[in-house]
Design a protein around this ligand. Sequence first.
Ligand SMILES: Cc1cc2nc3c(=O)[nH]c(=O)nc-3n(C[C@H](O)[C@H](O)[C@H](O)COP(=O)(O)OP(=O)(O)OC[C@H]3O[C@@H](n4cnc5c(N)ncnc54)[C@H](O)[C@@H]3O)c2cc1C
Length: 381
Amino acid sequence: MSSIRKIFDEHHDMFRDTVQKFIKKHVVPYHEEWDKKGVVSRDFWLEAGAAGILCPDVPSEYGGGGGDFRHNIIVVEELMKVGATGPGVSVHSDIVIPYILNYGTKEQKKSWLPGMCEGRLVGAIAMTEPGTGSDLQAVKTTANISNEKITLNGQKTFITNGQTADLIIVVAKTNPKEGAKGTSLVMCEGDRNGFKRGRNLDKVGLKAQDTSELFFDNVILPKFNLLGEKGKGFYHLMEELPQERLSIAVAAVAASKAALNWTIEYVNQRNVFGKKIAEFQNTKFKLAELKTELNVAQIYLDDCIDKHLNKEFDAADGAMAKLWTTELQCKLVDVCVQLHGGYGYMREYPIARAWEDARVQRIYGGTNEIMKEIISRTLKI
Ligand SMILES: Cc1cc2nc3c(=O)[nH]c(=O)nc-3n(C[C@H](O)[C@H](O)[C@H](O)COP(=O)(O)OP(=O)(O)OC[C@H]3O[C@@H](n4cnc5c(N)ncnc54)[C@H](O)[C@@H]3O)c2cc1C
């Protein structure tokens, strides 16, 4: 990409430099090992915390970097640039943290945020259940709130950071007779009695990232662990999902850029029929199309980021950003695989992994069909 992006200032550029150095030293040499183990190491989280890579937009009074969402974006972009899809940093910093920042009491913030900034406490959010994903109002997990305690019962699945997480936001029914109005958010610590982690699920891609089943069997929590208002959980989710989808869009564009760069490099060195693949008109035209579409996507995405910073980014905006960029990502990586020929199907080539990793982007964070449903609500039809 040749154009200079307008959304960052020199503080962001300095931070990007720090992030690049951190990734080179603490991520790239270990990613293959994490890929085989299906989980990133604890050391990664602690080192990332010490380097200020986690929670860069959390106020410094809670141990964060005191920056803004653009700092979070830089972390995602730099990880994607090297194909490091293992660390579930985005779930931790961009998705879990805002619930605590926006709905937590001062005591809850003091209790949880410093550990999350240091990487001592890894965050996860558990919405999806075996019986329901898209229809969040239908969750069956219950949180029974009495005078002194909360009793949590149920099961979740597909939870990112599930094997590692120390703090899990659990979406549960506090009034099972009601849908949205009966839903609340409850924070469950990873060492509570009755809490169990299931399998680390065997995924098609994102091999270095742990994704788990979680079980809650009469888990007793203090009332302190209710996050936000009782019965308002669904509304809190609706408020925060646009940022989650924006973060997915950031990853989509950054991963697409990396895929395009790897492909340009490859077609310039592979010879077929006595010339470089890059010299075929088909290759040039395909790459030209992708570069154009990617440029358009980046400018659109930066506009979305700008809107988000100005608090003008709504649910439909988040849905459109996720829909457009993840569809592009999947199309782009597929073309890039094709230009690699058989090597594009070999996991030792980063493009093969980029292809595996891309597919889920159209599924999690709300499927792209659900994105269209959200967008269609803004149309006069
Ligand atoms: C790798 C990975 C990581 C994940 N991480 C997390 C996590 O950290 N936390 C978490 O809570 N969840 C997580 N998820 C779950 C993810 O968000 C859900 O898988 C997703 O929301 C879809 O839910 P589902 O799988 O139950 O599919 P379903 O809801 O059963 O959907 C199946 C199909 O039906 C379509 N469909 C459903 N409703 C409609 C409708 N109204 N109109 C048209 N089509 C519709 C869907 O688009 C889809 O094509 C993760 C999933 C994966 C694969």
